[in-house]
Ligand binder design. Structure first.
Ligand SMILES: Nc1ncnc2c1ncn2[C@@H]1O[C@H](COP(=O)(O)OP(=O)(O)O)[C@@H](O)[C@H]1O
Ligand SMILES: [Mg+2]
Length: 468
């Protein structure tokens, strides 16, 4: 109102109209805007007669104007937001482009790698369908067989399989077609275009192509040369082994001849003596005894040689070791002097072992006989059995002369014998150790000069038929 009065009073004859905009509170408290025009009407003397005032509600326009005022601000804000979004999108796009480039490069590389792997790899790659039709083959694979790739595509893989192996290969393809398992180290023969046979070692597996169709990938390596080399090596090794055997046999024959000649010489001398002194009964008896002991020596030698050359029976049988020991001791009673006692401590209910019973008896006989022969005066032999870590241990312990430490390494050698009266032949332990080895067991010795000796024979309890 105050403004209305002020504005009205300012009107003059020269400037009788004014207008302004002002807000006004409505009865309901809301603000509305009005555009008000005031006109002063003057009388002839130039004094204000009246004021005329017209007001137009301009609220709607005012609001529109206000909005319009704020619009550039909003617009600016919007532009700013959009620009930012664009900037981010741009960064993302650039990143994606880079990624894409990288992927493309990697793809190119991997394609090249794949090409190298597939085409130039020195292995033959075949893919075949489940019926055996060749779907693809690498260049190397085709070349190895003397074909061009095109000549093989679409043909049956059987075309390059050697006649003798066709059935097996067909069966293997059938197996693999229904299995997820891989075939490894599968050796068979292929036939080249020129008819030459090559040996290959292959592996195969069922794979699925991009369209979900199953096929078989076969990778083969030519092993013909390798096999040839292996065959040649085996042939040479065999020849070498035969030569070694012959040499050994020759050496053995020489040693045996020597062993037999010695007593024969003695026998000859004694017979000469007999012929000369055939009337002297006492002399005859002495010569006869000497001859007898030398004949006995030859007999023992031939017995040992026989058991040495005796091969293991092809089949091994369950053996009750305790029982076998008791029988062996009984058979050795003839060699026992009354001053020697044999004691046994056999673990009851031992498991049976699969073994060559006759061979084991030779081992037991040799070790017990050695023990008997080691005792010069009174003595005791203790024979025990026990179970030790899946092994059956047979021990023969004596309190005889014992063995010097320096000789222990030699006692298992052929013809190594040091005994009083040159009684020994030196084959017993060599034979025994060979027999124990055939049972995949061990024979060990513990000894102290002047105190005694113990032999331990360890035999695996789970001995199977596969004795060497
Ligand atoms: N229990 C033992 N006590 C002492 N020496 C032993 C015993 N067993 C073996 N020997 C020594 O080992 C050597 C080789 O034994 P062996 O091969 O059975 O041949 P041999 O009994 O014919 O002499 C024997 O000559 C002996 O010197
Ligand atoms: Mg002996």
């Amino acid at each position: 109102m105050e403004q209305l009065l002020k504005k009205s009073r300012s009107l003059t004859l020269k400037w009788p109209v004014t207008a302004y905009e002002h807000p006004m509170r409505r009865w309901d408290g809301k603000i509305r805007w009005f555009y008000r025009t005031i006109r002063a009407i003057f009388d002839e003397s130039g004094v204000v007669k009246e004021y005329q005032s017209v007001a137009r509600d301009t609220t709607a326009r005012k609001h529109a104007e206000e909005k319009l005022e704020k619009y550039p601000q909003r617009l600016e804000e919007l532009v700013r937001q959009r620009t930012e979004a664009l900037r981010i999108a741009n960064i993302k796009l650039n990143k994606e482009l880079n990624e894409r480039k990288k992927i493309e490069l990697a793809l190119q590389n991997s394609k090249r790698r794949y090409e190298l792997l597939f085409e130039e790899n020195p292995s033959m790659y075949f893919t075949i369908d489940l019926k055996g039709k060749i779907l693809s083959v690498n260049k190397f694979g085709a070349q190895q067989l003397g074909y061009d790739v095109d000549e093989l595509l679409g043909k049956s893989v059987m075309m390059v399989i050697c006649k003798e192996d066709k059935k097996i290969v067909q069966q293997q393809i059938k197996n693999i077609a229904h299995s997820t398992k891989e075939i490894e180290s599968w050796e068979f023969r292929k036939v080249r275009k020129d008819g030459k046979i090559i040996w290959v070692k292959g592996s195969a597996r069922r794979v699925v192509d991009d369209n979900g169709k199953a096929m078989i990938l076969i990778v083969c390596e030519d092993i013909t040369e390798k096999l040839k080399a292996q065959y040649e090596r085996e042939r040479l090794e065999k020849r070498l082994a035969e030569r070694e055997k012959l040499a050994l046999l020759g050496q053995l024959a020489a040693e045996i001849t020597h062993e037999i000649n010695n007593p024969l010489d003695i026998i000859m001398t004694d017979i000469d003596g007999l012929i000369e002194d055939f009337r002297d009964l006492a002399q005859i008896s002495s010569f006869a005894q000497k001859i007898r002991s030398q004949v006995f020596r030859i007999h023992r030698l031939t017995e040992d040689i026989l058991s040495y050359s005796k091969p293991l029976p092809p089949e091994v049988l369950p053996v009750d070791v305790n029982n076998l020991l008791i029988q062996t001791i009984e058979r050795l009673q003839v060699y026992l002097r009354p001053e020697i006692k044999i004691e046994t401590k056999l673990k009851p209910a031992l498991p049976l072992i699969l073994a060559d019973g006759i061979g084991l008896e030779i081992v037991f006989k040799n070790t017990i006989q050695n023990a008997i022969e080691s005792i010069t005066q009174q003595g005791k032999i203790l024979i025990t059995t026990q179970l030790k870590n899946n092994h059956l241990r047979i021990s023969v312990k004596d309190n005889g002369v014992g063995i010097e430490k320096s000789r222990l390494k030699d006692i298992f050698k052929n013809f190594y014998s040091i005994k009083a009266n040159a009684k020994g032949i030196g084959l017993g332990l060599a034979i025994s150790s060979a027999i124990v080895k055939k049972h995949r067991g061990t024979i060990k010795v513990q000894s102290k000069k002047g105190v005694g000796t113990t032999f331990h024979v360890d035999l695996p309890v789970h001995t199977t038929n596969e004795l060497a």
